[in-house]
Write a protein that binds this ligand. Structure first.
Ligand code: BES
Ligand code: MN
Ligand code: ZN
Length: 484
């Protein structure tokens, strides 16, 4: 693991420059001998035979520099250090004085980027691993910081960011594991294990309790699999008694084949990612609890698999739900909203949440609309949403609000035989899916629905966001909940 050292003068020096910097010899040299131009996150390495090489880190345009640029910069530095076999880097935080940013925030961003560079998921065996890949994998990198902060503040920042990274990496690990090794019982056991020594009360409902309670919508999706479902409740009361309670509800399909409305081979191949929402809410709660953030948060995951068998639910079925509402199943592949229906009702009724945020890899339509760049959102409280969107921006995570239009909401009720229908036609599938979930709030509490089908999982790395599971919105939700 990358180690941070407080105020020690050791390691290869990292100088910084803006595009506009003048009179810095190393910058002039770099410009003359390479394509280095001082762009944000760009790195130049000048080795030396005596072992006293130096680094130059570009910070781009002075007026455009933000914390996100610093995260990218330190991520790139970690990668460069590894490539160049540099064991220790020396960073002077005075070089990073940014107008309007506290030194703590600068340090946080840099530490985050360095640690992001450690994330790796692979099931390659030692036999198949090519030499390059396995070499130096666990090599330690040291970063010696020179800072004006006192030692206690330095280590506190370090600890807080490490806990946030632990939550983020947990979210990614849970989602990256494929359905043969990550199924509802395994997820439930993992949750128990992770929160064992933390002030988080974990309750797991098994398939019998799920049915006895009347979670028919959830159970209908789950019953086609030989792997039994689990309803996972994680309660963290870090705040005062009586302080508002936020529910985080995450879609937890450990696999989605589509059911009888079966997906194509291509569409199905990454459907172990359909628990991206669960990963994010569990990871967020871990970071909050480890950092003892004074908030009351309950996280809820209805974990199951959507498979085909003699006991599966079928297109045309009319099913009940915990709320009492009946649902016509127009499409067995629109299963996520059925599991969320019961989870959202449980969170606002039984658990008495005062606010609710749900996250789900819910629709392919959100990818058509916003690609893998933006999470799509629906809300019944725009001020509540805007708070989150603002925080997410500073974390480098983009969210776009879609209209919660009443005429579109009506499409969910366009059935002659039940109260609602789980699949609509005529477009706006992301909106109607979100609105369907909103139909199951037991009370009219502030609510944000986040469709992360495009942002939770990717086939290529984007800067410090790795390929496969991204842990999307762990950072933003952690920060947003820390504020409120
Ligand atoms: N899990 C999928 C959505 C999805 C698609 C997630 C791509 C990640 C990547 C969801 O359960 C689903 O199948 N949605 C259907 C809904 C439709 C049947 C109304 C879809 O988007 O096609
Ligand atoms: Mn589906
Ligand atoms: Zn799904």
């Amino acid at each position: 693991m990358t180690q941070f050292i407080f105020n020690e003068d050791k390691g290869l020096r990292v100088d910084t420059c803006y595009k506009s910097t003048e009179g810095l010899a190393l910058f002039d040299f770099a410009k003359n001998h390479s394509t280095f131009a001082g762009k944000a996150g760009e790195i130049y390495y000048l080795p030396s035979m005596e072992g006293q090489g130096q680094y130059l880190l570009g910070l781009g345009d002075r007026d455009k520099l933000d914390l996100e640029a610093l995260r990218k910069a330190s991520f790139n530095l970690a990668r460069a250090a590894k490539d160049n076999k540099t064991a220790t880097l020396h960073l002077n935080l005075n070089d990073f004085e940014l107008d309007g940013f506290k030194e703590e925030s600068v340090l946080e961003a840099l530490m985050e980027g360095f640690w992001q560079a450690e994330y790796k998921f692979s099931r390659k065996s030692d036999l198949a691993k090519d030499e390059d890949d396995s070499k130096g994998q666990d090599e330690e990198l040291e970063i010696a910081f020179l800072t004006n902060l006192d030692e206690a503040a330095f280590h506190k920042t370090e600890e807080q960011i490490r806990n946030l990274i632990d939550g983020l990496f947990l979210a990614r690990d849970l989602v990256n594991q494929t359905s043969n090794e990550m199924y509802p019982e395994v997820l439930a056991d993992k949750v128990k294990d992770v929160f064992q020594d933390l002030p988080v009360e974990v309750r797991i409902l098994d398939e019998h309790e799920i049915q006895d309670l009347g979670m028919e919508a959830f159970y209908s999706v789950a019953k086609g699999s030989d792997r039994p479902p689990r309803f996972i409740i994680m309660e963290y009361d870090g705040g005062e008694e009586g302080q508002e309670k936020t529910a985080l509800v995450g879609k937890g399909l450990t696999y989605d084949s589509g059911g009888y409305c079966i997906k194509s081979a291509r569409g199905m191949s990454t459907m172990h990612c359909d628990m991206g929402g669960a990963g994010t809410v569990i990871g967020t709660l871990l970071a909050l609890a480890k950092n003892k953030v004074p908030v009351n948060v309950v996280a809820v995951v209805a974990a199951c698999e959507n498979l085909i068998s003699g006991s599966s639910y079928k297109t045309g079925d009319i099913i009940g739900s915990l709320s009492g509402k009946t649902i016509e199943v127009g499409n067995t592949d629109a299963e996520g909203r059925l599991t969320l229906a019961d989870a959202v009702y449980f969170a606002t009724d039984t658990l008495k949440a005062d606010r609710l945020i749900d996250l789900a890899t819910l629709t392919g339509a959100v990818i058509a609309a916003l690609s893998d760049e933006y999470t799509g959102a629906i809300t019944n409280d725009e001020a509540y949403f805007e708070g989150l969107q603002e925080v997410a921006k500073t974390e480098g995570e983009k969210i776009w609000l879609l209209p919660n239009d009443e005429n579109l909401a009506k499409k969910n009720r366009d059935t002659k035989v039940a109260d609602v229908l789980n699949s609509t036609s005529g477009g706006a599938g992301t909106i109607t899916a979100g609105q369907f979930v909103g139909e199951f709030l037991a009370r009219e509490v502030p609510w944000i629905h986040l469709d992360i089908a495009g942002t939770a999982y990717g086939d290529r790395a984007k800067g410090y966001v790795p390929e496969r599971a991204t842990g999307v919105l762990v950072k933003s939700l952690y920060r947003y909940l820390s504020l409120t």
